[in-house]
Design a protein around this ligand. Structure first.
Ligand code: ATP
Ligand code: MG
Length: 250
């Protein structure tokens, strides 16, 4: 683990109209740490992840990613920084009609020219990298299969392979197991945390199943109404803290 911070947030807020989705959040996440984001529906987990990867810009405060204040970057610098963040979503965000190899290679798009990207749809470039990534996620035999034909768990593996090909410093995942059965969910969580540890990547994952937050992460951040209710090592998060987090009264 290096001393560089993957993320530094200072007094960050994000509004959607009148609604404050993320409110006055201060956060420091060192490189290489594995962090779970938990909290009830609407707490602001997805919005916070969007602030971390530059999908959202804060209305107030500062978001620094790998030492760069996102608000001060020009378009090219922002793109370069975003290339160092890989994001995985609940619904995989893959193109169903394309072969797996193309979806995995989409992890390269930030580095490829337009013509390289266009040509790769006719004749896949860098098939080796895609194949290697698929070996790491356990489905190398699916390289040329149509993505839409794969099961949910397999598609999430393709999404992870795409992030491996991107080779970012940070992996964000927004409810990556929400559409999977319990056994597939465990497999994907194991895979994500093993890959992150093996490669020294920062991993930040929003999860609804609190048991996974305990079992796979060093640190748990509890969000509620856009605010950080607790932020502690997983070993220090008590059942009472979790109960308070999910209580319905504000
Ligand atoms: N694009 C948007 N436009 C307007 N409101 C939004 C938008 N995105 C999120 N919100 C609102 O911001 C609040 C936080 O939403 P967010 O999606 O971050 O919560 P969440 O913790 O990810 O919830 P869930 O567990 O259901 O995914 C919610 O009240 C939501 O309705
Ligand atoms: Mg969400």
């Amino acid at each position: 683990m290096s001393n560089t911070l993957a993320f530094q947030l200072e007094d960050v807020s994000k509004q959607f109209g009148e609604l404050t989705a993320v409110s006055a959040v201060d956060l420091q996440i060192p490189q290489g740490q594995r962090v779970a984001l938990v909290g009830p529906s609407g707490a602001g987990k997805s919005t916070l992840l969007g602030l971390l990867n530059g999908t959202h810009l804060p209305d107030r405060g500062r978001v620094c990613v790998l030492g760069h204040d996102l608000a001060t970057l020009n378009t090219q610098q922002l793109r370069n920084t975003q290339q160092k963040i890989g994001t995985i979503y609940q619904q995989f965000h893959l193109v169903d009609n394309l072969a797996v190899v193309h979806n995995v290679n989409a992890g390269q798009l930030g580095r490829w020219s337009f013509w390289q990207a266009a040509w790769s749809l006719i004749r896949p470039l860098n098939t080796d990298a895609a194949y290697e990534a698929l070996i790491r996620v356990g489905i190398p035999e699916k390289l040329y299969e149509r993505t839409g034909q794969l099961s949910g768990g397999q598609q999430q593996r393709v999404a992870i392979a795409r992030v491996l090909v991107q080779n970012p410093d940070v992996i964000l995942a927004d409810e990556p197991i929400a559409s999977l059965d319990p056994e597939r969910a465990r497999e994907i969580m194991n895979l994500l945390s093993e890959l992150a540890q093996e490669m020294g990547k920062t991993l930040i994952v929003s999860v609804h199943a609190i048991e996974f937050a305990y079992s796979h992460f060093e640190r748990i951040i509890g969000l509620r109404n856009g605010r950080v209710l607790f932020d502690a090592p997983a070993t220090a998060v008590s059942p009472d803290m979790v109960r308070d987090l999910y209580q319905l009264t504000p």
